[in-house]
Design a binder for this molecule. Structure first.
Ligand code: PEP
Length: 269
């Protein structure tokens, strides 16, 4: 354990939106509002725009990542993109297990764990997305679902792999719906995830950034980001509007200054 504060991370998942012109204009507007020394700011555009944006992003100190990767290194996997390819075009991060991949592409916990492993092997920082559906929450299964999703990666990759990773708690019922978890609901699951990791390594659990995702907007960001175990946001819709995304970055900076409790110590659950 130690008492280094965790730096906030605000990540924009653009999903399948945009064009070259829109991507460049969006990044230019974010850069113009910066620099944001007190927060890590990550954009995750569609694959074809990553290479195009890399110099704009890196010269401004922003981070860039992909939204998915293949679990395979290379070969006859039509349409897939490998971790090495993402690194080759300048990505440093990649989402794994986003609920839209789990839901529309049938990605199981095992596939997600294989992708996490492939990302780490390529030198990318995986952003592992976990979260329950509305039915699962109503049935009281939130912790069971989230722990199964985390444990699948732990058992394949080990706790050390979380030393260079991010976790995003994204309740499926809040993604793109305008419904948002209350700060209490979100904090409770974030603390649960941290405690789960702390069973294996309290230092890693205390340092890892755990993001909240699900209809985060400028209007609700401060209350969520002020919670002890919420270290940033994974933003979908609002990441496509520079003013909203920047307002969330600013909220993360303001709240990280005040939340003295956001220290990197974690007790096993
Ligand atoms: C997401 O897709 O990860 C997400 C959180 O989307 P939204 O912010 O639009 O709910």
């Amino acid at each position: 354990m130690n008492d280094m504060p965790r730096k906030p991370l605000i990540a924009g998942n653009w999903k399948m939106n945009g064009s070259v012109a829109m991507a460049e204009a969006l990044v230019d507007a974010i850069v113009e509002a910066g620099p944001f020394a007190a927060a890590d700011v990550l954009v995750m555009p569609p694959f074809p725009y990553i290479d195009r944006l890399r110099s704009r992003v890196s010269s401004a100190g922003l981070l860039i990542g992909g939204q998915d990767l293949s679990p395979h290194e290379s070969g006859a996997y039509t349409g897939e993109v490998s971790g090495a390819m993402l690194v080759d075009v300048g990505a440093g991060y990649v989402l794994v297990g986003h609920s839209e991949r789990r839901q529309y592409h049938g990605e199981s916990d095992d596939v997600v764990a294989a992708k996490f492993e492939a990302a780490a092997a390529a030198g990318l920082k995986p952003v592992l997305c976990v979260g329950e559906s509305r039915e699962q929450r109503e049935a009281g299964q939130t912790e069971a679902v989230v722990s199964a999703q985390v444990d699948a990666v732990l058992s394949r990759c080990g706790i050390a792999a979380f030393g260079d990773a991010v976790v995003a708690y994204e309740p499926v019922w809040a993604i793109g719906t305008g419904l948002v978890a209350t700060p209490e609901q979100a904090q409770q699951v974030h603390a649960f995830i941290r405690a789960r990791l702390a069973r294996h390594d309290a230092t890693i659990a205390g340092r890892i950034q755990i993001l909240y995702g699900g209809s985060m907007k400028p209007q609700n960001a401060s209350d969520l980001l002020a919670c002890e175990d919420i270290d940033g946001g994974l933003i979908g819709g609002a990441s496509l509007k520079a003013d909203e995304f920047v307002a969330i970055i600013m909220a993360s900076i303001m709240t990280s200054g005040t939340a003295s409790a956001k220290q990197s110590d974690a007790a096993p659950g």
